[in-house]
Design a protein. Structure first.
Length: 257
């Protein structure tokens, strides 16, 4: 299996399928459900082409990606069922009616597909080519994977339960992990993917896979993570929350003035 054709082909077919589904359900934010499941599908598809013996690293990778991806998709499904289409995607439905479906396909689905291809590189590379014993940095990766997955899961669950209560509609959560970070779920996500990177280290040129955690870190910091705070700017409760709470890395709460 040649990665030069396998990854792009898989991504295009996968994202085209979900684009067609989005047209049927008339919700572009279905891509968020496809995101986590796509990594799981990609990992197992890659593994099916593996011609090496099953090893500990492969078992750990498949388990980690499956737990992460399926949990994320489940969380997204139950979240989206309770609300209207995500405002980030709804704006793509505005404008020229004849052209916007094609814009959505290229600027939302294929764009996220390209990001998936980059982020999934260490998973695909390891499952396809690596069959080596674990060494020190790989165990660091295992720790980061477990820590990041638990941290992200707890943060998402806390926010889900908070917003599930009618009295908290349109309110900002500032309890639990959200007391120490404005985006603890994104922090956990970043830690998880750095863990994946350290887990796949060991093979020749595997250090090049650092593009994966660097990409997810950049996305969370500058694309679809922290920049989402823009919609709350000017709200007194948010400005106070922002003043006393760390943006990403959990830290002590600043005292009131």
């Amino acid at each position: 299996m040649n990665l030069l054709w396998f990854l792009p082909t898989f991504i295009i077919l996968y994202m085209t399928f979900w684009f067609l589904v989005s047209l049927l359900v008339e919700r572009r934010d279905i891509i968020d459900i496809a995101w986590g499941a796509g990594f799981v599908f990609l990992a197992w598809t890659t593994f099916s082409f593996r011609d090496l013996d099953l090893d500990t690293r492969s078992i750990l990778l498949l388990s980690a990606i499956s737990l992460w991806g399926l949990r994320l998709s489940f969380h997204t499904v139950r979240r989206n069922l309770r609300q209207e289409e995500d405002w980030r995607y709804h704006r793509w439905s505005q404008g020229q009616a004849r052209l916007h479906p094609f814009c959505v396909f290229f600027q939302v689905f294929l764009f996220q597909g390209a990001l998936m291809m980059i982020i999934a590189l260490p998973v695909v590379y390891s499952l396809r080519f690596i069959n080596l014993p674990l060494f020190d940095l790989n165990y660091l990766g295992i720790f980061l994977i477990i820590f990041g997955l638990i941290f992200e899961t707890v943060a998402d669950q806390q926010r889900y339960l908070f917003l599930k209560k009618e009295r908290n509609k349109d309110q900002l959560i500032s309890t639990g992990l959200w007391r120490y970070s404005r985006h603890p779920n994104y922090f956990g996500e970043i830690i998880f993917w750095w863990g994946i990177y350290f887990l796949v280290l060991g093979a020749p040129k595997s250090w090049l896979m650092i593009i994966s955690p660097l990409t997810i870190t950049y996305i969370m910091l500058f694309v679809s993570g922290l920049p989402m705070e823009e919609r709350y700017r000017g709200r007194p409760d948010f400005e106070e929350y922002k003043r006393r709470t760390s943006a990403l890395i959990p830290w002590f709460v600043k005292k009131n003035r």
